[in-house]
Design a protein around this ligand. Structure first.
Ligand code: SF4
Length: 675
């Protein structure tokens, strides 16, 4: 008997957007694997998805199969299965009551990238917008500081280089990204196959840094200073693009004086990167043509917005813009595939939602009954992912806060909900996927029926709209109609059936040049090295060569980046991955461990201003002195202390965008006596 093969696309929060091949027999999934013919996945998924997509995602014992209503104290995990009608009636009754008094502005909508597919991510906002709920600005948990910084400088953060132009680049500078964990196919294929030299800037000697031609390892929080030292060499060595600065940028005369003192020797003292390496990086990058991949790690710092402005301006100073083999990439937004996200999110529908709040303010907002009476969590597990974890959990336990959590699995957040709704997986609905790296468009194809009574986000929110009596036809638009309209608006002349047959298409037949004609969507139409908008928002007009002070009094700077085995907060409940990862660890440099009397395998207690957590000690020569490293993504409900590393994060907001500063946390680390 031969298997039926269906193609689909991975919709996770990941640069790669792999093509997937699903084998079915008698309508049941036999295997989910990478599409051999897909130019990114080349037959292999990452190890986390290869495991989870063939494991927990298909396991009816692990998945939520029916709506649940709480029948014990909040957080007790005691729920009773109820019908969809019962669940929707209760949600509608409670939300309607809150909307009447004290008002819909006290209904919060928290969401992020549990799925990054177009409809699954955006369509629920139609209902929430119409309801008048207050959104928790999704990017503030991740990358908002970088978005704001790039908006000031170039007028956009969502129009990156076309990765295919790497063939024309003499140098690729990867700054603050770790593709070996977060873009595995770029680590395995794209970077090694690029003809140019690769420079990696990362505080950790990651596998990607190890395979680079040059690795610069600044102390966390000193990226802006390092960028200025590189800019100093570019200017000193005649690598400035005077024509571009004169004709297509404003503010060079304000910026230039700040470069004077930022010599390579100064850079070495401030950042820890050897002066010779700074000189080398400046020459390779400045000579070009060069690409600049601006990662999201280094902007999760107290001055992260300033750091992104400082790094991103290197492309302008050296003229690495507007021609093949040049440009920068933060994210490639769906807009440069002509996908109309605003339409999917319902911007055309009536409604004027209140101003959003930041995820950094969520715990404070949720503990205040004047500001919050109801909460809808979808595509996110805030009790695991958010800062100020202990305070947030206490706030979520408020009996007068009505919480609805939508998920595929029981999570820390569903544990604290009043009503839980079961979501379908990406294998159970049609959708569209736009990689935020490659300029591709993929079909997410319904391969099987949703497990149990689970439903796609779109159908859940259509039912919520109907139950609450919101009767705008736009709230009931079926998926196939939304998808057809989105594809029609692209002007690509492709329908969903054709896209599904192909799996993924490259929207632009030839590699696209970023900023052709050197026109920029800023108010001036030029690169704004000095920004009046930044100044109006209370920031300096030009970025500064800032470096955070080093931790004092025996403290360590804590980095909690992505694990190669987990995807943000997805998959921690996959037992094979959990076995592979083992207990929660904290790695430090051997000299830092020796100073504290720590040996590998010891238990140690990390303490910050926000909380404390016991972890298993590991040693790593890949870290600078003064830095501790504990990957994120574990679920508190599966940990002994019912907490993960986010319990250490006080939730301080960044300089721009009120965004996370999770890599700016300082801790002490002390051995826990055994026995
Ligand atoms: S998470 Fe990324 S690397 Fe893994 S399968 Fe999905 S797209 Fe591919």
């Amino acid at each position: 008997m031969t298997d039926e093969i269906m193609l689909t696309t991975c919709p996770r929060d990941c640069y790669d957007a792999c093509g997937i091949e699903v084998s079915l027999r008698d309508g049941a999934i036999r295997r989910v694997r990478g599409d051999l013919h897909h130019p990114v996945s080349r037959g292999r998924l990452c190890r986390k998805c290869a495991t989870a997509y063939n494991g927990v995602l298909l396991d009816p014992r692990a998945r939520l199969l029916t709506p649940l209503r709480r029948d014990g104290p909040k957080g007790s995990g005691r729920f009773t299965p109820v019908s969809w009608d019962e669940a929707l009636d209760e949600i509608a009754r409670r939300l309607t009551a809150v909307a009447e008094r004290p008002g819909a502005h006290t209904i919060l909508s928290a969401h992020y990238t549990g799925t990054f597919a177009l409809l699954g991510y955006h369509f629920p906002n139609r209902f929430l917008r119409r309801l008048g709920a207050r959104e928790v600005d999704p990017d503030t948990i991740c990358n908002k500081a970088g978005h704001v910084a790039l908006e000031y400088l170039y007028g956009t953060s969502l129009d990156g280089f076309d990765p295919r132009t790497a063939a024309d680049a003499a140098c690729i500078l990867v700054w603050g990204a770790n593709p070996s964990a977060t873009a595995p196919h770029q680590h395995e294929h794209w970077l090694p196959e690029a003809p140019g030299r690769v420079i990696v800037v990362d505080s950790v000697r990651t596998p990607t840094a190890r395979q680079a031609d040059l690795h610069l390892q600044p102390f966390p929080g000193s990226d802006a200073a390092l960028a200025f030292a590189i800019a100093h060499v570019i200017r000193r060595d005649g690598l400035l693009d005077g024509g571009l600065l004169a004709g297509h940028a404003i503010g060079w005369e304000e910026l230039e004086p700040h470069l004077e003192r930022c010599t390579p020797g100064w850079g070495e003292r401030v950042t820890g990167v050897p002066a010779a390496a700074i000189e080398q990086a400046a020459r390779w990058y400045g000579t070009g043509p060069s690409l600049l991949w601006i990662g999201q790690g280094f902007q999760r710092q107290p001055r992260g917005g300033n750091a992104v402005r400082a790094v991103a301006q290197l492309a302008a100073l050296s003229g690495n813009l507007g021609r093949p083999g040049t440009g920068f990439l933060y994210l490639n937004g769906a807009g440069n595939r002509m996908l109309d996200e605003d339409y999917v999110a319902g911007a055309h529908l009536p409604g004027s939602p209140p101003d959003p709040i930041s995820h950094m303010d969520l715990a404070g907002c949720l503990e205040d009954p004047q500001r919050s009476r109801a909460l809808l969590c979808w595509n996110i597990n805030i009790a695991a992912s958010n800062p100020d974890q202990a305070r947030l959990r206490r706030a979520l336990a408020r009996t007068d806060l009505f919480t609805v959590a939508i998920d595929l699995f029981e999570t820390d957040t569903t544990d604290l909900a009043d009503v839980v709704l079961p979501a379908a997986s990406f294998l159970e609905s049609d959708d569209l996927v736009a990689s935020y790296f490659h300029l591709s468009l993929g079909a997410q194809v319904k391969v099987i029926e949703p497990l149990g009574q689970s439903l796609p986000n779109t159908e859940i929110f259509r039912r919520l709209a109907a139950a609450t009596g919101l009767d705008d036809p736009g709230l009931q638009e079926p998926d196939e109609q939304v998808i057809a309209e989105v594809l029609r608006r692209t002007g690509l002349g492709i329908d969903f059936a054709s896209l599904a047959r192909q799996g993924t298409i490259w929207v632009h037949p030839e590699p696209r040049v970023q900023f052709p004609g050197l026109r920029f969507p800023t108010p001036s139409g030029k690169i704004e090295l000095a920004s009046g908008r930044a100044e109006a928002d209370g920031h300096p007009r030009v970025p500064h060569p800032h470096a955070d002070p080093r931790p004092a009094d025996g403290r360590l700077r804590l980095l909690t980046p992505a694990s190669p085995w987990l995807l943000n907060d997805s998959f921690a409940n996959e037992t094979r991955l959990a076995r592979r990862i083992g207990p929660a660890t904290i790695a430090v440099h051997p000299a830092d461990a020796a100073e504290r009397g720590l040996a590998p395998g010891d238990r140690a207690r990390a303490r910050s201003s926000a909380g404390e957590l016991e972890l298993t000690v590991a040693l790593s020569q890949d870290l600078p002195r003064g830095v501790a490293f504990a990957p994120k993504g574990r679920w508190p409900r599966l940990e002994a202390e019912h907490a993960n590393v986010n319990v250490l994060n006080p939730g301080t907001a960044s300089d721009m965008g009120a965004s996370t500063t999770v890599h700016g946390v300082e801790i002490t680390l002390a051995r826990v006596p055994s026995g």
